[in-house]
Write a protein that binds this ligand. Structure first.
Ligand code: ZN
Length: 199
């Protein structure tokens, strides 16, 4: 016999499957929801239920979108000559929040990590290289996290684009090694962007 009703146990179990959420936090979140009004709980459930509806990857930059091209790629005011390569969606969101970047993006959705079995083909690196050949890109900003995996990904990419006239830059230091871009505050990111250095 379980201590709690089955639907409560089930919600705790689902919360505990999320990254960074342990059993205790899963319980706290579940009991928090139980104290809310029924309509608030339904609203929360509906949002999760419909989360993936119609969501797809932008065919150009792999940002998440509901149409073929994402809002950034569709915006004629964005500078097509600059492409910023990021690991994850959260990094794109963090850079957008600085309000300082007006170019386009390319979201890799991960980094090369042999330990985790992630190779170049599991990311959008092939799409990026193809894109650089056909689009009027002059500068490529590598905004990858300063980790071993990030460095391995950069090395792979540099090899793929060797001999091209592309200006390749990376964000200035200021982001702690191993620290994620997504956790850097807007001002730190803005400075890192402004002070970017050529490879
Ligand atoms: Zn896009």
């Amino acid at each position: 016999m379980s201590l709690l009703p089955a639907n409560i146990e089930r919600t705790i179990e689902e919360f505990s499957k999320l990254p960074g959420i342990g059993q205790k936090t899963a319980q706290r979140l579940t009991f928090y929801l139980l104290r809310k009004r029924p309509e608030d709980v339904t609203q929360f459930g509906e949002a999760v239920k419909e989360l993936k509806n119609g969501i797809r990857y932008c065919t150009r930059c792999s940002n998440l979108t509901v149409s073929e091209l994402c809002g950034i790629c569709q915006n004629p005011k964005r500078d097509e000559s600059v492409v910023c390569v990021v690991e994850e969606m959260m990094d794109l969101v963090a850079l957008e929040k600085t309000g300082e970047y007006h170019g386009l993006y390319h979201v890799l959705h991960g980094v090369i990590s042999p330990v985790d079995g992630v190779g170049p083909d599991d990311l959008t690196l092939v799409e990026l290289v193809a894109r650089l050949k056909k689009e009027p890109v002059k500068e490529l900003i590598l905004a990858l996290n300063p980790s071993m995996e990030g460095e391995a990904t950069i090395a792979y990419l540099m090899h793929q684009i060797r001999g091209s006239k592309l200006k390749v830059t990376r964000l200035a230091r200021g982001i702690p090694v191993g620290g994620d871009l997504e956790y850097a505050d807007s001002q730190t990111l803005r400075r890192a962007l402004e002070g970017r250095m050529q490879y």
